[in-house]
Design a binder for this molecule. Structure first.
Ligand code: ADP
Ligand code: SF4
Length: 701
């Protein structure tokens, strides 16, 4: 029998330049099978959805990651971060849920890691009602400015805390973990609080000199080594630069610290400043943005070094290791967007990687205490709840053909996933470009990486013989009835409203006909106002701020008016709000908060204070209204009005999805497309819940 053909070899072999990513890495007493290191990341599920979180990690194990960590796991009830939902290891009762997760992580040979956290100055203890304990007494530092202060740990508290870390390590060992990550980064973990002079103002043996500030980590690691160090690797996650001015733990001091403690942990896990810094969105940070801060650190220590940087390019990853910058490639978001990233590189299929777009929608699941989603990977956190796999679809159902109308994120994802299920799919797009809103928004300042939503799907669809794509095909109901596809999926999107209806105005308000009014669609389609522009942002996500940036770059005087207390308010959840405000203020955009727009007159707008209703006029030459979006659903309604004709036309189902059904962020559209593809031809579940759920076990008494 003949062996493998050259074509097969080329298809299945990894690029030799990437071989280095598949070399094993020793971490203390354990060895990782490769250099793909999934650093701890939240998922909005945590202790409330333990099986969903465990299955999500298990899918990454299948996808080839060498190391997989949990999210942060609170070691003791005296330091917890309610309302945020992470993991807990407060008592033995917590072990089974963590054992389930460790078991799923290890199924395919990955090392299972747990991140142990004591939140100190970040833990308001709203649930446990304990008085928070921190390195120094000061107000709790949270996203919500809780009116609570912490007391300083005394010597006895420090002894207790050392013991709690050892107890947590033993419980983690019992649960089956191979690695412990001590959390001292992002300003969140107690280890950083000891290291930084901003949070450590002690005058005893734990404060003052760097050696003193290092004492606590040294003691805890020594205690843990004695307790579990022969079987578990102990890693320390620290920030590369606290970036908060003179008192902060700077990059120079970090280097001094690592040199002084060169063999302290079994591995150095280098994160960046605050969480906002570390998980910077693509709008503000490039891939590998921390390289300069990491370079040279490896020479200061005998232990391996891991760093992050939203790495999605195997060439960049390999360069990081070849150049001696990193020993392993730390990934959180890239592993969410594509849990099979390592396997795809291994199989020489890098072009199939579903690259993270750096939108930070995944983080909003944690920030809103809901459950995370991912714009690129709609199966994220649905692996257990819905049984969705990121690479495999369910078997094809009874019918054979689907017409998808509209090639935005919803239509493209529906097409990709339907084709994978085995349906014959026709994708009809009114225009000449695939991608819908993404094709337009990727051209806005800072959003070019968002184009990957379209690029990935277009590449996948092109490889499928069972998809035909039609351009210049603005369909109407009659043509769809004439075609005779069995299933019709309407994904025709939405358009921004011109009449100002959104949150402040639930019905249209008065506008003088002489004032030029623009919508975001107008601007994205190339129309430009003249002179001074007021942007009225009652949408509150990114669009108002991005258009302000664009128009300012074009040389306009820009005044952004919003009824919210924050510019681009909802981006607090994507950790970009401060960066957006900084960027716009730096560009000279005038930012007017807490004011709405109640009238548009000739030469000015009338704004109202949202508290007092006091009116003020702002002179301008044009107004950009960033309000609600209106569903493009006429085609759907035309078709449903002719339901009696469906059977004769051979139509079994017509569904509307994505922005055409109800406008939302891009992640909602890819989710809608995927769900449509999964559910097609499925049995009707009636009133049953469409996902699995865990509920707290009821106490016997
Ligand atoms: P979503 O975010 O739900 O995917 P988009 O607005 O991004 O929605 O994309 C909708 C796409 O549908 C656009 O590319 C638009 O050109 C296309 N479209 C709208 N109406 C029709 C129609 N009647 N026939 C074909 N394509 C359409
Ligand atoms: Fe990346 Fe956005 Fe997915 Fe998060 S939600 S992993 S940032 S694509």
């Amino acid at each position: 029998m003949l062996g493998t053909t050259l074509a097969e070899m080329e298809q299945t072999m990894r690029d030799p330049r990437h071989d280095i990513l598949f070399e094993p890495l020793r971490i203390g007493p354990v060895t990782a099978k490769n250099r793909f290191y999934q650093v701890p990341h939240c998922n909005g599920g945590g202790y409330r959805d333990p099986s969903a979180a465990a299955e999500m990690r298990g899918v990454k194990a299948q996808g080839g990651w060498g190391v997989i960590f949990t999210e942060q796991c609170e070691i003791h009830h005296t330091s917890e971060i309610t309302p945020f939902i992470e993991l807990r290891l407060w008592e033995d009762k917590d072990i089974p849920m963590l054992a389930k997760m460790a078991g799923r992580m290890k199924e395919y040979g990955a090392l299972a890691g747990i991140q142990l956290a004591y939140s100190g100055i970040n833990g308001p203890n709203l649930y446990s009602k304990e008085v928070p304990r921190a390195v120094s007494a000061m107000p709790i530092r949270t996203f919500t400015h809780d009116p609570v202060q912490a007391r300083a740990l005394d010597r006895e508290d420090i002894r207790d805390l050392r013991r709690w870390f050892v107890t947590a390590a033993k419980r983690a060992q019992h649960a089956g973990f191979d690695l412990i990550c001590l959390y001292g980064a992002h300003g969140f973990g107690i280890f950083q609080h000891f290291l930084s002079r901003a949070t450590n103002q002690r005058a005893d043996a734990y404060g003052g000199s760097l050696e003193n500030r290092s004492r606590f980590a040294r003691e805890v690691i020594a205690d843990m080594r004695e307790a579990v160090g022969d079987t578990m690797g102990i890693t320390l996650r620290v920030s590369l630069d606290e970036s908060i001015g003179d008192l902060g733990f700077s990059n120079a001091e970090l280097r001094e610290y690592i040199e002084m403690n060169h063999d302290l942990p079994d591995l150095w896990d280098l994160a960046q400043g605050t969480w906002e810094d570390c998980s910077g969105p693509s709008r503000f940070k490039e891939e590998g943005a921390q390289e300069a801060l990491v370079r040279g650190i490896r020479a200061l220590t005998d232990k391996p070094v891991v760093g992050v940087g939203r790495f999605t390019s195997p060439d960049v990853m390999a360069r990081m290791i070849h150049s001696g910058t990193l020993d392993a490639i730390g990934c959180a978001r890239p592993s969410i967007a594509d849990p099979f990233l390592p396997n795809k590189i291994e199989e020489g299929r890098s072009e199939d990687i579903r690259e993270c777009i750096g939108c930070n929608i995944c983080i909003t699941g944690d920030m809103t205490m809901s459950i995370s989603r991912c714009t690129q990977n709609p199966t994220f956190m649905e692996e257990w709840r819905k049984g969705w796999h990121p690479e495999r679809m369910n078997a094809k159902g009874d019918s054979a053909t689907v017409l998808v109308v509209g090639a935005g994120p919803a239509g493209l994802e529906a097409t990709r996933a339907l084709a994978l299920r085995g349906y014959d799919v026709a994708l009809a797009e009114a225009g000449r470009v695939l991608g819908g809103r993404v094709a337009r928004e990727r051209l806005l300042p800072g959003l070019s990486a968002w184009g990957r939503v379209a690029d990935y799907r277009i590449h996948q669809i092109r490889q499928r013989p069972n998809v035909e794509t039609y351009f210049d095909s603005k369909l109407d109901a009659q043509s769809i009835l004439d075609f005779g596809f069995e299933n019709v999926c309407i994904a025709t999107g939405a358009r921004w409203r011109r009449d100002g209806v959104s949150r402040q105005h639930v019905v249209p308000f008065a506008m003088d006909a002489t004032m030029p009014i623009y919508t975001p669609d107008d601007i994205m389609e190339g129309r430009r106002p003249a002179g001074t522009v007021v942007i009225y942002d009652d949408d509150h996500y990114y669009m108002g701020g991005v258009l302000a940036e664009l128009l300012r770059q074009d040389g306009h005087e820009v005044i952004l008016v919003t009824p919210s207390a924050y510019l681009s308010d909802w981006t607090l959840n994507t950790l970009e709000q401060r960066a957006i405000h900084r960027r716009l203020a730096g560009l000279g955009v005038q930012i007017v908060l807490n004011r709405g727009v109640v009238g548009i007159k000739a030469g000015h707008v009338v704004t109202n204070c949202i508290y007092t209703d006091g009116l003020t006029e702002i002179g301008c030459d044009a107004v950009v209204i960033v309000a609600a979006r209106r569903e493009v659903n006429g085609l759907y309604h035309d078709l449903t009005a002719r339901r009696v004709e469906w059977a004769d036309a051979g139509i079994r189902s017509v569904r509307i999805i994505g922005d055409a059904e109800a406008p939302g962020p891009i992640a909602w559209a890819t989710y809608a497309g995927h769900r449509y593809a999964r559910d097609l031809d499925a049995a009707d579940i009636g009133d049953a819940l469409p996902f699995r759920r865990e509920i707290t076990g009821l106490a016997a008494s």
